[in-house]
Each structure stands twice: as structure tokens, then as C-alpha cells.
Design a binder for this molecule. Structure first.
Ligand SMILES: [Zn+2]
Length: 360
């Protein structure tokens, strides 16, 4: 059990700090009281009046479980039980982190995602419960600004990753998921977990062929690919400047490729990774379903002017289901979404500045 100082609001005006020691004492009282209640039930005989006299005094407060989950924006349904049941109570609530839970109009509302302790007191009896506030899953037609609870890292023509950036949790993709001759590909563990679900459902629904041909690429590897693309255009008679500009349509300069993030996958159906992929059964399925598994088609056809990358119906980026669903239903590319996240954060900070969190 977490024991840390929490702000105990005895009344609207007066606030006292509960130290871990005081909390421990309160917990001890809680346990002792529960034990007394238990013993009384077990050992006190049929002398009714004696039982009633004890029952009317509050001995403990209990919650149904150790933690309560709530969505951000929703009213918290905390239902403490008095022990004994018919004891009279007058509850006062205490919130350890009032950035996560707020009191509004006498109700406790989840303001931000996170975890906090919620304490309840009646007289000299206290109890607390862990509250986990989670972002609400977005309804499909939602036009609300996205929550910025988790910022997405972006690597593109203007956001450059350093040469030594290597993602954590890289794992080697089992050979049965990769295309032939594309062995030894690495990807982040969470990305691969999501991909496995996507793959299984795709296979069950359309029996398609979907093989991984690229995922994590180191800075050095990207450098190699870019230089190769440039050399290729130069061998066709382009000048160095022309060749570099042309190469940028399909290949990013080192540090500017998403593949360095480790949460990006290129798939193939054993034909080629070109625009025709969108017309294949696998390409169609991917476009319609990737978001359900937390993936986005990173370079959509009509967003090339924003992403500065030509349409790539085979390139998926893992961002998690909430973000992916929001981008899918609102038809946004990652650049637009990250911009929206930044705006939402700015608005929220501005709101917090002008509306200090005070219980009303
Ligand atoms: Zn790619």
C-alpha cells in the first residue's frame, strides 16, 4: 500500500497535512477497528442492546476494491461502506493529487489521466482508495480536440533524430512474419505485439499475404539507403542536386526517417511496394482496419504536400489505438495530429492558468 503525505481538507477553509506516520496510525485504527467489529460479531452473545450500542458507532470505512477506474471527464462513483452498516457517517473527501481529481459542485470529477489516492474521513475514521483516471476512448465521429496525455514522437523532414538514437525494447521479428530474404528485421516489442493481432485478424478475414520487409532502421542504414537512391538517379543522368531532390520523394535523409523510431513497419504481399498495393486485398484491408490495432497509414495519398512523402499504402506506424482511431475518423496525418495535440495542450495550460483548481 502506498503511504505518502496527502492533503487532508477537513473543511473548505482548513487544510492539514497528513504525514505518513499519521496515515499509518489511521491505517492501524482502521485495521484494529475492523478486528473489533469482527470480534464483536463473533463473540458478543444475544444481548441485543449491547450489539446495538456498538453498531451505531462507526468503526471502519471500506471500499469494494483497492482501486477505482474512471474516465477523464466523468464523475467518480466512489461508494464507501460504513462498518457497521447502520453507523451514522458524515464523509469528507481528500484528494492526494488535485491535478487528477477535482471537486466540482460537490462531486468528484476526473480532470486528467493518472493515479492518485482518494481518502474519505468520518469523525476520526479514515480510509483511502487508489483512483486510476484514464482517457476516454474517443467516439468514432468525435471532433473534440485530442487529449495530449501521450505525445507522439515525430520524425520527418523538419524533425531530425540524432545519429545515436536507438529505440528501447527492440526485438527481432520471427522469420515467419517477414518476407523471404528479409530476415533479421527488428522492431519495438509493443509494435510487434499489435502487429501480430493485426496480422492474425487479417489472415482470418481475407487469408491475405502480408509479410514484413522493413521495420527498424538505424541511422547508418538510412544513410546507406539515401545515398544509394541518390547514386541511382545520378546514374540516370541527373545532376547531384537533382538526384538529391528526387531521392527525397521516396527516401528520407538519415535522422529524418520514421523507421529509426522502431515503431514503423513496411509490409508487402510479395508483389511490389508501390501505389498498386492500395488496390490489393491486403492493401484495402490494411487501409480500413489498421487503426483498430493502433496503426496509421503514415503517408496518406492526399497528404503528401504535408508529409512531403509520396503515398505509401504499405507503411504503417504504431501510435496506439486512441491516437490511431482519432486520426482515422478525422482523416488527419501525423503532422496535423501532432499540431492539434500542441494546440490542445496550449489551450489546457491557458485554461488551468485562468482557472486555478479549487474545490467549489
Ligand atoms: Zn517505410
Amino acid at each position: 500500500m502506498i503511504i505518502k503525505p496527502i492533503q487532508l481538507k477537513v473543511s473548505e477553509e482548513k487544510t492539514v497535512e497528513i504525514t505518513p506516520l499519521a496515515l499509518q496510525r489511521a491505517l492501524f485504527i482502521f485495521v484494529a477497528a475492523a478486528a473489533v467489529a469482527f470480534m464483536c460479531k463473533k463473540t458478543v452473545g444475544p444481548g441485543r442492546s449491547a450489539i446495538r450500542a456498538i453498531d451505531e458507532k462507526l468503526l471502519a470505512i471500506e471500499f469494494d476494491s483497492e482501486k477505482i477506474a474512471v474516465y477523464v471527464g466523468d464523475v467518480l462513483e466512489a461508494d464507501p461502506r460504513a462498518v457497521p452498516k447502520n453507523a451514522s457517517v458524515s464523509y469528507t473527501w481528500e484528494i492526494a493529487d488535485d491535478g487528477i481529481l477535482n471537486v466540482k459542485g460537490g462531486r468528484i470529477v476526473a480532470a486528467h489521466s493518472g493515479e492518485t489516492l482518494l481518502g474519505v474521513t468520518s469523525g476520526d475514521i479514515s480510509a483511502n482508495v487508489k483512483v486510476i483516471a484514464k482517457p476516454k476512448p474517443l467516439p468514432p465521429e468525435s471532433t473534440l480536440p485530442p487529449l495530449y496525455y501521450e505525445k507522439l514522437v515525430i520524425a520527418n523532414y523538419k524533425n531530425t533524430l540524432s545519429a545515436d538514437f536507438v529505440p528501447k525494447n527492440l526485438i527481432k521479428i520471427p522469420d515467419n512474419y517477414t518476407a523471404e530474404d528479409y530476415y533479421g528485421i527488428y522492431v519495438s516489442a509493443e509494435t510487434f505485439d499489435a502487429y501480430k493481432k493485426l496480422y492474425m485478424d487479417m489472415y482470418n478475414e481475407i487469408h491475405g499475404r502480408m509479410h514484413i520487409i522493413s521495420a527498424y532502421r538505424s541511422y547508418a542504414k538510412q544513410s546507406e539507403l539515401y545515398n544509394k537512391a541518390v547514386r541511382n538517379y545520378m546514374s540516370q543522368g541527373k545532376t547531384s542536386t537533382e538526384a538529391r531532390a528526387l531521392a527525397l520523394n521516396t527516401t528520407q535523409t538519415p535522422g529524418n526517417s520514421e523507421h529509426q523510431l522502431g515503431n514503423t513497419i513496411d509490409v508487402s504481399n510479395n508483389t511490389s511496394t508501390d501505389h498498386h498495393y492500395q488496390d490489393t486485398p491486403e492493401g484495402k484491408w490494411l487501409a480500413e482496419n489498421a487503426y483498430k490495432y493502433g496503426f496509421i497509414i503514415r503517408y496518406p495519398e492526399d497528404k503528401a504536400d504535408i508529409t512531403r512523402i509520396d503515398y505509401e499504402p504499405w507503411h504503417i506506424r504504431y501510435v496506439g489505438v486512441n491516437h490511431a482511431a482519432y486520426m482515422y475518423v478525422n482523416h488527419l496525418c501525423l503532422e496535423e495530429y501532432v499540431e492539434l495535440q500542441a494546440q490542445a495542450e496550449e489551450e489546457a495550460n491557458d485554461y488551468a492558468l485562468h482557472n486555478p483548481a479549487t474545490p467549489d
